[in-house]
Design a protein around this ligand. Structure first.
Ligand code: SF4
Length: 398
C-alpha cells in the first residue's frame, strides 16, 4: 500500500482531478519560474470541456494571480497524452521564460510531461486489514504506531498539516453565507446549523446539529472551490473532519491523539483504495462516502482508545450499511445530494462507534470482506449510478 500522503491531499475543491491537480500544477510553475510576471494556462480535454463548471480556472487564477494570468479553454485539440492535460507558460517582461505540460492524473496528483514519475512506491508491505491486525496483535502495537513505523515519523507532520487544513475548512465554512456556484441556487447552511437558534434543544439533538454543521461547513467549502483535504475524495471530504472535530472537542483530545486518529482513519481508506476503489465514477457513492464513513469511524474509535477488534468492527459497520449507495449528483455538481450526505455519514460513523462500545466478539463480517463486497457491488452497479449524472436524483430532479 502507498503512503497516506497520497490519500490525504490538501488542495482546492470541488474536484481532485479538475481543481486540486491543476492548482498543484500552477504551484509547480511558480516554484520553477519564480520570476514570472504573467502567465498563460491552456486547458485541454476534459479540463477544457467541464473546467468552467468545476471552477478549474478559478483555482488556477487563485494560485497564479487573476490580474496577471490568462486561462484558455481549448476544446478542439486532440492527441493529448491524458484527458486532463494543461500547458502552463510563464513570462517575464513579455518574454517566455518557462513552459511545462502537466497532466492531472487523479486524486490531486500531477505528472509533468517528459519527467520521470515521482513515486515513493509501496510503503506498506501488508495489503489487508487481517494482515495488519495480526501483526499488531502479535507485536502488541496500536494501529497508529504501525502507521508511524511503516511511514516514518515525518508522516506526523503531514497529518498535522492535514488536521490544520481540515480545521480551517470547518472554521471558514461555519462563518460563510451565500449561494454556492454552479447554478443550482443551493444556499450555504453550515452557519445557521452551527448557530442553532431554537430553545429547549435536547443534548442529543445538539450533538447531531453540531456534527452536521461541521460536515456541511467542509462540504460547502469544497463545493465553493475552497481548500479541503481528500478524505478519501473531495466529494466526501466533510465526513472525517466533522466527526473527528466533534469527538475531539467532546473528550478534550489534543493534537497528538488527533494525529493518531487520522493515521488509523487513513489506514482504512488506504485498504479500500488498494483492494477496491474510492472513486464514485468506478463504484458509486459507497466508494466515496462509504469509505469516508469507515475512515471516520476508525479514527474516532482510535481517539477513544478502543482495542483493534472494536476499531475494525466500527469501520466495518460504517461501510456495511452503505453498500449499494449510488452516485447521482444533480447537474454533475458536488452539491445535491453530496453535501447533506456528508452530514448523515458523519453521524453514522459516530453511531457505528457507539454500537461497538456494546458489541464485541460476536462479529461475523470483517473489514476486508465488506471492502470486497463494496467493490463487487460497485462493479455491478449500472453506469447511470456511477458519477455520470444520468440516473437517480440527477435524472429525476428538475
Ligand atoms: S454522490 Fe457522487 S459526487 Fe456526490 S459525494 Fe457521492 S460519489 Fe461524490
Amino acid at each position: 500500500m502507498r503512503s497516506l500522503k497520497e490519500l490525504y491531499r490538501i488542495g482546492y475543491g470541488p474536484s481532485s482531478s479538475h481543481t486540486m491537480g491543476p492548482a498543484h500544477a500552477a504551484e509547480e510553475l511558480l516554484r520553477r519560474a519564480p520570476r514570472l510576471d504573467s502567465a498563460r494556462v491552456i486547458l485541454y480535454g476534459s479540463l477544457a470541456k467541464t473546467g468552467r463548471g468545476h471552477q478549474t480556472d478559478a483555482a488556477i487564477l487563485d494560485v497564479l494571480g487573476a490580474e496577471r494570468t490568462e486561462v484558455v479553454f481549448d476544446t478542439e485539440s486532440t492527441g493529448l497524452p491524458h484527458e486532463n492535460t494543461l500547458d502552463l507558460i510563464a513570462y517575464c517582461g513579455g518574454e517566455e521564460i518557462y513552459r511545462m505540460r502537466a497532466m492531472s492524473v487523479g486524486g490531486g496528483a500531477i505528472r509533468i510531461e517528459g519527467e520521470p514519475v515521482k513515486d515513493a512506491g509501496d510503503v506498506y508491505p501488508e495489503r489487508s486489514f487481517l494482515e495488519i491486525s495480526r501483526l499488531c496483535t502479535r507485536s502488541r502495537m496500536r494501529l497508529s504506531d504501525y502507521v508511524f513505523e511503516r511511514e516514518g515519523d515525518e508522516i506526523k507532520e503531514h497529518l498535522s498539516a492535514v488536521w490544520h487544513a481540515m480545521s480551517a475548512a470547518v472554521e471558514r465554512g461555519i462563518s460563510a453565507v451565500g449561494v454556492l456556484p454552479g447554478g443550482l441556487n443551493v444556499e450555504r447552511k453550515a452557519r445557521s446549523l452551527y448557530g442553532g437558534g431554537y430553545t429547549g434543544e435536547r443534548e442529543a439533538d445538539r450533538e447531531k446539529r453540531l456534527v452536521s454543521a461541521y460536515a456541511y461547513a467542509v462540504a460547502e467549502e469544497n463545493a465553493g472551490g475552497g481548500i479541503v483535504v481528500t478524505a478519501p475524495t473531495c466529494g466526501a471530504c466533510g465526513v472525517l473532519p466533522a466527526a473527528l472535530r466533534y469527538c475531539s472537542e467532546l473528550v478534550g483530545a489534543g493534537e497528538e491523539r488527533i494525529i493518531r486518529a487520522l493515521a488509523v482513519g487513513g489506514l482504512f481508506g488506504n485498504i479500500v483504495k488498494t483492494n477496491a476503489s474510492i472513486s464514485g465514477a468506478e463504484c458509486g457513492c459507497q466508494a466515496e462516502i462509504g469509505t469516508a464513513t469507515s475512515m471516520a469511524a476508525g479514527a474516532i474509535a482510535e481517539l477513544y482508545g478502543m482495542p483493534i477488534d472494536r476499531i475494525e468492527y466500527a469501520a466495518e459497520t460504517a461501510m456495511e450499511h452503505q453498500l449499494g449507495l449510488t452516485c447521482d449528483p444533480v447537474a454533475g455538481l458536488v452539491q445535491i445530494p453530496c453535501i447533506e450526505r456528508n452530514a448523515v455519514a458523519a453521524m453514522r460513523a459516530m453511531d457505528s462507534v457507539m454500537l461497538m462500545r456494546f458489541l464485541t466478539g460476536t462479529r461475523k463480517i470483517s473489514f476486508d470482506l465488506v471492502t470486497a463486497t463494496m467493490y463487487e457491488t460497485g462493479r455491478d452497479l449500472s453506469s447511470h449510478y456511477r458519477e455520470t449524472a444520468e440516473g437517480g436524483l440527477a435524472k429525476l430532479y428538475k
